[in-house]
Design a protein around this ligand. Structure first.
Ligand code: FEO
Ligand code: CA
Ligand code: CA
Length: 536
């Protein structure tokens, strides 16, 4: 995609995203060392206790306002999608960091809310179309008002939807399942931002929508999907499970085949000194793998090599077809390897991990943090955050060391880490993702609702895990993203009331209360505490 934003300008105003993207680790260490030391005298941060309330509860010194909720009109034709996840703020110009575009992922649908489908009658085509429209992403022009609160600029010409109905071309030399473009993007979970200011939105549980192919028979696997979209739109499963790049200024999108096809949680980019890119991405499924792509040309997301992590040996193993006799025996060509990525990774010795979710690069030391949310198959319910240290801190290295960085558990006060973000002072923030069906049950019961957690980098509380927010009932907090000045944290509240058996029996009424329908929403968190944590 065209580098439509001046790179320098973009980096100056990106805020959090810029830290890990384009500055060398040495420069980062120098740049942020002063800031980090200055934090050592911060006041004691008092967190909150786990809560079972149907509310977005925040630590003292924080407040929130809602930016957009499911169903809100964003222009004359379009409405905000369902189950918001990843967010990223892209400032529009270098004069005003308080005016920009907010990208929001819309991951999946809950039919009882989105289409009114409750299983009592066959799903109609109209219902499928409503559901298709509710996933993908939203692009919202947002501005900070004089009172310091953010608001969506209604009907701004840049407000638009990308959905499960948007035609999106493949960025690849060959067609995918006979076509040069897919219809729609879906399962949009987490993501990333490129050094040139475009969004990477990742198609995670794609098989829920159009199923998955059994590549031995060529047929769709039976029972591998439950939304019944294929009843009316029989699109090939191979068209989903990719990393999708979207230019938020134009809505132009493309699917990047070179990054492989799996249940991508996120795509986290590091730009090397010579302009080549390293992209880390995890396959969020039980016992699936961690990948990294190293481009062979500056700024390219199509030319380069994809590697899978072998964490036992500390090696990145190449998935390049022409270099591997094993791949040549089992697959037709490189495209086939990328389409059937899980199988290729397994035969080459990729390490099965405990559901690799979000990935962030530590802005101070260049370490790669990978949230390993849990592995119920292995009775690992609480998960951990893994630290991966590339050899010589070179993100293009093919060897690394890895270890547990933070372990979930009742003692540490969190379970199932998912999305992460570093603030401007290099403190780590992360969210938890205990599944709706297991929340409030053993072994998770003492942790109550999902939350947002804070890990101070320096000072007397360094390394402690402090709960800063508690989600409404059944909800998960996702997509934390800091505004350029670090004084606003954009955050998604996803799937409140997900366990509701019907719209007559709702388990959550957030955010409007009373008997209202729960609304997935993006909020802006601000307050004295956040300001104090970012102060020079
Ligand atoms: Fe959609 Fe891996 O969470
Ligand atoms: Ca996630
Ligand atoms: Ca998750």
């Amino acid at each position: 995609m065209a580098k439509s934003i001046q790179r320098r300008t973009f980096l100056e105003f990106l805020g959090k995203g810029a830290l890990g993207l384009s500055v060398t680790p040495t420069l980062l260490a120098t740049k942020f060392h002063t800031k980090v030391n200055a934090r050592a005298h911060l006041p004691f941060v008092k967190g909150i206790k786990p809560s079972a309330k149907d509310d977005l509860k925040l630590a003292k010194g924080l407040n929130y306002h809602i930016l957009s909720s499911w169903g809100d009109a964003i222009n004359k034709e379009d409405t905000f999608g369902f189950n918001n996840d990843f967010t990223a703020f892209i400032p529009l110009d270098d004069q005003n960091p308080d005016d920009g575009l907010l990208w929001v992922n819309h991951e999946y649908v809950d039919p009882i809310f989105v289409s009114g489908y409750d299983g009592s009658e066959p799903k109609t085509k109209e219902q499928v179309e409503k559901e298709q429209y509710s996933v993908g992403g939203s692009i919202l022009r947002i501005k900070k008002k004089k009172n310091g609160k953010w608001e969506v600029v209604k009907n701004d010409p840049m407000n638009r939807r990308i959905s499960g109905q948007t035609p999106i071309p493949f960025n690849w030399k060959e067609p995918i399942a006979g076509k040069k473009e897919a219809i729609g993007t879906l399962g949009n979970c987490s993501g990333g931002v490129t050094p040139w200011g475009t969004i990477l939105t990742c198609e995670e549980n794609y098989d829920q929508f159009y199923g998955e192919r059994d590549f031995r028979t060529g047929e769709k696997k039976k029972g591998s999907y439950d939304l019944e979209w294929s009843k009316y739109y029989d699109y090939p499963p191979e068209h989903y499970g990719w990393v999708v790049e979207v230019d938020p200024r134009t809505g132009e999108a493309q699917k990047h085949i070179a990054l492989g096809r799996c249940a991508h949680e996120c795509a986290t980019i590091k730009e090397l000194d010579d302009g080549r890119l390293v992209v880390y991405t995890g396959d969020d499924s039980v016992d699936q793998c961690l990948y990294k792509f190293i481009s062979s040309k500056p700024g390219s997301l199509s030319e380069g090599t994809l590697y899978v992590a072998n964490t036992n040996l500390g090696r990145w193993v190449s998935l390049k077809y022409e270099d591997s006799e094993v791949l040549q025996k089992l697959f037709k060509d490189q495209t086939d390897v990328l389409v059937q990525l899980r199988k290729a990774a397994r035969v080459l010795g990729g390490s099965p991990l405990d559901r690799p979710e979000d990935i962030e690069i530590d802005p101070v030391n260049g370490n790669v943090l990978v949230a390993l949310t849990n592995n119920t198959r292995k009775k690992n319910y609480f998960g951990s955050i893994m630290k991966l240290e590339e050899t010589n801190n070179d993100h293009a290295a093919l060897t690394f060391k890895s270890e547990v960085y933070l372990a979930g558990g009742i003692e540490t006060g969190f379970a199932s880490p998912d999305n992460m973000a570093f603030d401007l002072a290099g403190n780590l923030w992360f969210t938890s993702d205990m599944s709706g069906s297991l929340m409030h049950k053993e072994p998770y019961a003492p942790l109550k609702n999902n939350g947002l957690f804070f890990v101070p980098r320096e000072g007397e509380q360094a390394g402690q895990v402090i709960q800063m927010a508690s989600a409404p009932l059944d909800a998960e907090l996702t997509g934390p993203w800091f505004a350029p000045d670090g004084k606003t944290l954009f955050l998604s509240v996803q799937h409140p009331g997900e366990n509701s058996p019907s719209v007559q029996q709702l388990t959550s009424h957030w955010p409007k209360g009373g008997e209202s329908t729960p609304l997935p929403s993006v909020v802006a968190i601000q307050g004295d505490l956040l300001e104090a944590l970012q102060k020079q």
